[in-house]
Design a protein. Structure first.
Length: 243
């Protein structure tokens, strides 16, 4: 087969492979650049929130841990939480056991049921970007947004009207902040999805899509090398044998 004909065939293969796999290579470049450019602490939203624990006053009427265990013997862990929740509740116990998690008044050891007002108050104290402007408050029990692990349901979502469209997710049982999200995290999540080519769970870094495209780009590289060799050889061996 004449060399020009062989070169032409390799060029056709290289062109089509470039169309199919070249776009993904561009996506890898853009997504990789985005993930490298932004600091992970910023992406995680550490700048969005602050620590709201306080020092327990010496005169505070707080029951000992032994009293919590005595009243709730099925508790596997008991933690004193010194967040200021509302005007009447400054310190609470978080008791966790087989039957779930209970929030207890640290003084009376009575169970505490957090209201929407309590959740918003806690979220606003967690919020560290200036004056909080709440856009919406949603109690999620099903169909969570893609930015939230469904295993965390039910959960409170507090959305803020700020530059980053901040969303804080709080536990309905304890009021603890479990997740924080903002625009740049959502962008990172999107680019991570396109980078690893896992369009569902965004966790599989060995997906068939990714492996297939890696093989395809390797074949693209081979066709490019072959074309380069043919081109150099053709230029060196011109008609008449001149080199």
């Amino acid at each position: 087969m004449p060399q020009q004909q062989r070169t032409s065939r390799w060029r056709v293969w290289h062109r089509w492979l470039s169309v199919i796999f070249g776009i993904q290579m561009v996506i890898w470049s853009i997504s990789g650049a985005y993930m490298v450019f932004f600091d992970l602490d910023f992406i995680h939203g550490d700048h969005l929130v602050q620590d709201i624990t306080t020092v327990v006053p010496a005169e505070a009427d707080i029951q000992p841990v032994s009293s919590v265990i005595e009243r709730y013997p099925h508790s596997q862990s008991v933690t004193l939480d010194t967040r200021w929740i509302n005007q009447q509740l400054h310190s609470v116990y978080i008791a966790t056991g087989h039957h779930g998690t209970k929030l207890l008044d640290a003084s009376s050891l009575a169970p505490v049921q957090l209201t929407e007002e309590d959740i918003v108050g806690l979220a606003n104290r967690y919020y560290a970007k200036g004056e909080p402007k709440v856009r919406s408050v949603v109690y999620l029990t099903e169909n969570p947004p893609t930015e939230l692990n469904p295993k965390l349901l039910p959960i409170w979502q507090v959305n803020y009207d700020d530059f980053g469209n901040t969303s804080l997710y709080l536990s309905p049982e304890t009021g603890e902040m479990l997740v924080k999200r903002h625009t740049f995290w959502r962008g990172f999540d999107f680019f991570w999805m396109t980078h690893i080519m896992d369009y569902e769970d965004r966790t599989d870094i060995e997906s068939w899509w990714l492996q297939g495209f890696m093989i395809g780009t390797f074949i693209l590289m081979i066709t490019g090398v072959v074309l380069l060799v043919y081109t150099i050889s053709f230029r060196r061996k011109r008609p008449g044998g001149a080199e």
